[in-house]
Design a binder for this molecule. Structure first.
Ligand code: G4P
Length: 197
């Protein structure tokens, strides 16, 4: 998605060879107009899948997922990283290990909101090692619902996430795929020049 790639180039900040900061439009301040365009793109990509629910994880997944759900005309559910005061025991629980933070979090979703009649689209802001997406897939499986696929705003293709998800048999659609962040420069997968020699 060209507009997203332009935002990453112009408003992103490469912090290291592994980490891209995008708090100008996605992770802290949210560019609402850009998120609306992101939502349209995901809705277009998955419109044939009969999606009944969009599922993400708090907090940064919520903005792009909200816009996608609005376009698809479905509810949006976000998995919680901390159990809320009003949440009872009627929940699906899944463990998510973060390689970045080296900690395991339990994520929870109320059983009231996903069941075996649902077809679920999982969305997230970043795909790194795929652990968050795998945790969400585990919840969809516990619910006995169908998986439509996984939509990612920014994929770091030099990490193992896509490989993990495709190996597990899921469709992955990423709106921007980053090949490398080396030397402070963002290179996208579709900018790579292939030569036969
Ligand atoms: P994984 O789920 O793909 O395995 O990712 P990982 O554990 O490595 O990532 C942990 C957190 O860091 C996630 O957010 C993820 O979105 C974010 N993240 C990973 N790589 C980058 C990056 O290059 N740039 C930025 N900005 N974020 C990255 P989180 O802790 O759940 O945060 P939030 O959703 O509450 O904002």
């Amino acid at each position: 998605m060209e507009r997203l790639k332009q935002a990453i180039r112009e408003r992103g900040n490469v912090l290291s060879n592994e980490v891209l900061k995008v708090d100008t439009f996605l992770n802290h301040q949210i560019d609402v107009d850009l998120m609306a365009a992101v939502g349209k793109e995901f809705a277009q990509l998955f419109k044939e899948e009969g999606i009944t629910k969009v599922l993400t994880i708090e907090s940064s997944g919520i903005a792009p997922s909200f816009m996608t759900a609005a376009d698809l005309g479905t509810p949006l559910i976000f998995a919680r990283k901390k159990k809320s005061l009003t949440m009872n025991e009627n929940v699906y629980v899944s463990k998510v290990y973060s390689f970045t933070k080296q900690e395991t979090n339990e994520i929870t979703v109320s059983k009231d909101f996903i069941n075996e009649n649902d077809t679920v689209l999982i969305l997230d802001d970043f795909l790194a090692n795929g652990q968050a997406a795998l945790g969400l897939i585990n919840i969809v499986k516990q619910a006995g619902a169908n998986m439509a696929g996984i939509g990612i705003v920014i994929e770091k293709s030099f990490q193992d996430g896509r490989n993990q998800l495709e190996k597990a048999g899921y469709r992955v659609e990423s709106l921007a795929r980053i090949h490398s962040l080396e030397n402070g420069h963002v290179t996208f997968v579709d900018e790579l020049v292939t030569t036969n020699r």
